[in-house]
Design a protein. Structure first.
Length: 152
């Protein structure tokens, strides 16, 4: 039986795990693929904040940080009653595979199937951009044509 309120995605990135990890935790690198402002305090209890994802800000707190291998942080949207800051959990594992990195994400704590679908669509969009940036490319400006990670 599947877990209906869990979002799981995998993507292969043509970059080493250390590079991908930096693109998930270094504010300057994050802004190459998502958002307009980022604050990352990549240690347990530290702030996770990305502004400018559409008209929203994503906020949470790091729970687990294992450099180059794993991140876990609470997540939600400022001003959003359905998925407020800290209401869901994102777990990211980085696996050295085929000369690059297999990025595996699991998001739990979303309130319903509609939010799961929106977040899954957002992750697909932004991890495509991350894959380009981490491999040394330029994903270009974010068109905003897709709902960013849970917003409509």
């Amino acid at each position: 039986m599947t877990e209906p309120l869990v979002v799981r995605r995998e993507t292969q990135i043509a970059a080493a795990p250390a590079t991908v990890f930096a693109f998930l935790t270094d504010p300057e690198k994050i802004l190459r693929w998502i958002g307009t402002e980022a604050t990352m305090e990549a240690h347990p209890g530290g702030l996770y904040l990305i502004n400018g994802i559409g008209a929203r800000a994503a906020r949470g707190a790091f729970r687990e940080v294992v450099p180059v291998h794993r991140l876990a942080y609470s997540f939600g949207w400022e001003g959003d009653e359905a998925v407020p800051p800290g209401s869901s959990l994102i777990e990211i594992d980085l696996i050295d595979k085929d000369g690059g990195t297999l990025l595996c994400i699991t998001q739990t704590g979303l309130p319903d199937a509609a939010q799961c679908a929106l977040h899954a669509q957002g992750w697909e969009h932004y991890f495509g951009r991350l894959a380009v940036a981490a491999a040394g490319g330029d994903p270009g400006p974010d068109s905003g044509s897709r709902p960013p990670c849970g917003t409509a």
